[in-house]
Design a protein. Structure first.
Length: 149
């Protein structure tokens, strides 16, 4: 039986990752989230290689929350790889980052991000942003049909 991961969270800051996961769970928006801390692990997870080689039965996540500044492989490189792969380009990618730099925003959209959100620094505002993000991508948005993947 294939397992559907709802969110792949790619975030190297443990505090931000914990807050994001807590905000999603607090609003009953996820049952299954996978958290990785660098771009290399994100790609390994999606391609079922390395320490994730046993994930060959997993379906792609419904949405990827991707930080830009990551160890090993940057979030922009991960995005570029995903959006150039016909088997993965349909997965919605939300850049969830602290960078409000215009060049990061422009490059993210040029590479095919579906959304760009600058993480609020106030906890309550972060919880609200995550709630809205989760509600949209996991409840309102219709995912790409599996039969066309």
């Amino acid at each position: 039986m294939k397992v559907q991961v709802e969110i792949l969270l790619v975030e190297d800051n443990p505090y931000d990752a914990e807050l994001t996961i807590r905000a999603l769970r607090q609003n009953n928006l996820i049952n299954r989230v996978v958290h990785v801390t660098d771009g290399e692990d994100a790609l390994d997870y999606l391609y079922a290689r390395g320490k994730f080689s046993n994930n060959t039965e997993n379906q792609p996540p419904r949405v990827i929350l991707l930080d830009i500044k990551l160890p090993k492989i940057s979030g922009l490189e991960v995005l570029k790889t995903l959006k150039s792969d016909p088997g993965l380009k349909h997965i919605p990618v939300v850049m969830l980052t602290s960078s409000a730099q215009e060049r990061d925003i422009v490059e993210s959209y040029n590479l095919g991000t579906n959304s760009y959100i600058v993480k609020p620094v106030v906890f309550e505002k972060l919880v609200e942003a995550i709630k809205e993000l989760g509600y949209y991508w996991l409840i309102l948005n219709q995912p790409y049909p599996e039969e066309f993947r």
